[in-house]
Design a protein around this ligand. Structure first.
Ligand SMILES: Nc1ncnc2c1ncn2[C@@H]1O[C@H](COP(=O)(O)OP(=O)(O)OP(=O)(O)O)[C@@H](O)[C@H]1O
Ligand SMILES: O=C(O)C[C@@H](O)[C@H](O)C(=O)CO
Length: 336
């Protein structure tokens, strides 16, 4: 039994909706950001990273979002255009809003943090009236990133986009992507995450993100199977719980459990693991692979990205991921 079936014959494989921002990753790494003097600029935003990842893997991708009317907004649009991502529904703000900045601090390969500047950001000003339903109708899947639910009118734009998807048979992939700095309270997060999760075909999150969503639920043991089983009562066909270096586990509506190990990596920074994992998984599923093989492909893509300085720029091609898996299999790549 196939747990999630995509509608064929659509122009786009994936349309992503949500945050388009700028990553400024410290160049002087393995030290606190107070001692960092220079940064490298990349396109950022979890849904943007996933869209770039899926596009790099050879799939037709589009984006729904809002950018600032400034150099950073034009840089983002130009980058997406260069990647071949459809940007007709990337709207330019006219209110003077700015581009969200994500300063990445790399104290050590396992101690990374993000300093977010998100006041008056353009991405959260996407309004429901600006969402192009035809784009969603012409896509196999809509990728929703949880942070886009953190404030209005982006919140309502996403809820409408999800309804468009349900109406047109476009599968909804919900990457929880919880970033506390934008939300007013955990209760608010839980309320909106549950609203979207109830309409999602695939739900991906870390154990901690699911805990946040289950804040008022009976799952004291943080049991992954209990987490997953709730969503099969709604629209979900697959629920994936990620556990960092320990790998990931997925449950499908047919009752099966699927596990994937992580791949060795010479880690520079852990950020980007979830986005590249999601991109690889979506590509695998759309390729008709098993859930387990798709998880493995996503895991290898994640190891490539966390071994790199950037997130978006480092998103690998399908050949690079396959080569990485083979080289790991020959013992040529070891954890660093
Ligand atoms: N240190 C690591 N070494 C190897 N693989 C890793 C490591 N950390 C994460 N991964 C891989 O990436 C996948 C997703 O990582 P994780 O569970 O950290 O999600 P996430 O928290 O959403 O990621 P991000 O840090 O980008 O937000 C894991 O299932 C694993 O396959
Ligand atoms: O999504 C964000 O706001 C941060 C991203 O830009 C950054 O690349 C990251 O943390 C990816 O997981």
């Amino acid at each position: 039994m196939t747990s999630v079936v995509f509608t064929e014959g659509r122009k786009f494989d994936l349309t992503a909706i949500g945050r388009l921002c700028i990553d400024l990753n410290a160049n002087e790494i393995n030290r606190p950001m107070e001692q960092t003097m220079t940064f490298t600029k990349y396109v950022g935003g979890s849904p943007a990273n996933i869209a770039i990842g899926v596009s790099r893997l050879g799939r037709k991708t589009a984006f729904i979002g809002k950018i600032a009317d400034d150099q950073m907004g034009r840089f983002i649009r130009g980058y997406l255009d260069k990647e071949g991502i459809e940007t007709r529904n990337v709207v330019t703000d006219t209110t003077g809003a700015v581009t969200g900045l994500a300063f990445t601090e790399i104290k050590s390969p396992t101690e990374c943090s993000i300093l977010m500047y998100r006041d008056n950001v353009a991405d959260l000003k996407l309004s429901p009236s600006e969402v192009d339903a035809s784009l969603i109708a012409d896509s196999k899947a809509l990728l929703v990133s949880g942070t886009a639910l953190a404030a209005s009118p982006s919140r309502e734009a996403v809820l409408l986009a999800v309804d468009y998807a349900r109406r047109h048979g476009t599968k909804v992939v919900f990457d929880l992507d919880y970033r506390p700095y934008t939300w007013q309270s955990e209760e608010e997060t839980a309320a909106y995450y549950n609203l979207v999760a109830e309409k999602s075909d695939i739900i991906v999150g870390t154990r901690e993100e699911f805990d946040c969503m289950e804040k008022f639920e009976a799952n004291p043991g943080h049991d992954d199977r209990i987490t997953a089983s709730k969503w099969f009562g709604y629209a979900a066909g697959i629920v994936i719980i990620k556990h960092g270096k320990e790998g990931s586990i997925a449950y499908s509506v047919d009752g099966q459990e699927h596990r994937a190990r992580s791949f060795p990596a010479k880690v520079i920074k852990t950020f980007g693991a979830g986005d590249s994992y999601a991109a690889g998984f979506i590509h695998g599923l759309m390729s008709g692979w098993t859930i387990g093989k798709s998880m493995e492909f996503g895991s290898a893509a994640a190891s490539i990205v966390i071994s790199s300085h950037s997130c978006s720029d480092a998103m690998p091609t399908a050949a690079q991921v396959t080569d990485y898996i083979e080289r790991c299999g020959r013992g040529e790549i070891t954890a660093g």
